[in-house]
Design a protein around this ligand. Sequence first.
Ligand code: ADP
Ligand code: MG
Length: 475
Amino acid sequence: MVAGEPMRNIQSGKLVQSGSEVWARVLGQLKIEVEETAYRSFLRPLRVERVEAGELLVAAPTAFMRNWVATNYADRVLELWRQHDPAVDRVSVIVDPDVTAAARPVPLVEVPVNVEPAATPAESGDDRGYFSAALDPRFTFENFIVGKPNELAHAAARRVAETCATPGHPVPFNPLFLYGGVGLGKTHLMHAIAWYIRMQAPTRKVIYLSAEKFMYQFIRALRYRSIMDFKEQFRSVDLLMIDDVQFISGKDSTQEEFFHTFNALVDQNRQIVISADKSPSDLEGLEERMRSRLGWGLAADIHPTTYELRLGILESKAEQCGLKVPQKVLEFLAHKIVSNVRELEGALNRIAAQAQLIGRDITLETAHDLMQDLLRAGERRVTIDEIQKRVAEHFNIKMAEMTSARRARLVARPRQVAMYLAKQLTARSLPEIGRKFGGRDHTTVMHAVRKVEELVAADRNFAEDVELLRRSLQS
Ligand code: ADP
Ligand code: MG
């Protein structure tokens, strides 16, 4: 059957809807589930070739996109399609270069690249095309407290920054692979390298990107047949830093391309810095050659913080903020908050805010009161199941809706809230959370988190609901 012709619903035997109608519905749902950039890059350009003998044939413009879609979206496409047409039991993605020509062009300005807003004079001249994410001004070497758990990573990062700022120097180790758990300073160190080079050698070209952004850029370049430009951009950099590469693992075609870019840069003696939540050998779903290549340089792990390091960080942050915090309070916090540095900062911020608001001195007692929530949260491990259950109860929907494919707002919104709370209250990664919510993609979780953040900011009642849920889960 050719797309566009009516098809038969096997069960009812009735003429229901045409292939293109079904496709429009499938796309409509995907649009809600998948992050916008991914939707525009991978899904919107697809075309239904035909539906034949239980097989749905979808065409993508390039082999790369075909692989990407087949790996990441085909299962979901099938599920959604079957909701309208259960006669189909498999999906194949094929390549048809004509699809590009027919696809609606997406203007390049829509590309969400955060080109550094305040470019230094050296950069503003010729690098308008550079893909680089904004750097956090607080993430410098000066603000990084060194202790046993991070001294190797810190020394290696400094070494990379210094050699990179000295043109002509051979790179010390390629790649520098920084790894460790959430909130232990990987991103901080990468930004610090970039800041250092910006100050010391502003003409050096540095690109810092999350692995996900890197992928989007790449796919987009393929789509616009501007892959040569893309390669040109990346090959003319002195230092390429890719953050959180665990998000690339498992996506074969992407790895392939990443591997090539990587090799080209290494061959030209350009420095590469990579971060991930696990060591190269523990990264799941990574091709063997990629794994070994990542291990060629120096793999420096950042260990969980020690009491001494936490105390050091707190002292430095308090001083930076001009806060007078009694040593006893800092020790109390360093002792109690062991999870990661981000939470340590959060605690200090709360104490600072409280002190400013009520104009009272910070004492151990006030700190203790204020930290009750946080401490309880730290002591109690909330599970995703609990979150789903509590949220479902709160919004009066069935627990099964947490994993169902239903997109009605009535159930989709609570589901998003549950994903948001899962991200906030557990240490689970986005992909893990996605799996717990009926095998959704991590970009769906990301979208949910953002959506809830938006709503919390815009809608007071909604914000109260979310806060209520958070408290009840933490108590
Ligand atoms: P990761 O990328 O490993 O998840 P980040 O680099 O985002 O972690 O760090 C989380 C927060 O903790 C940031 O605000 C960062 O500045 C802070 N931080 C982490 N380690 C240190 C450190 N050693 N000294 C000072 N601040 C730190
Ligand atoms: Mg990070």
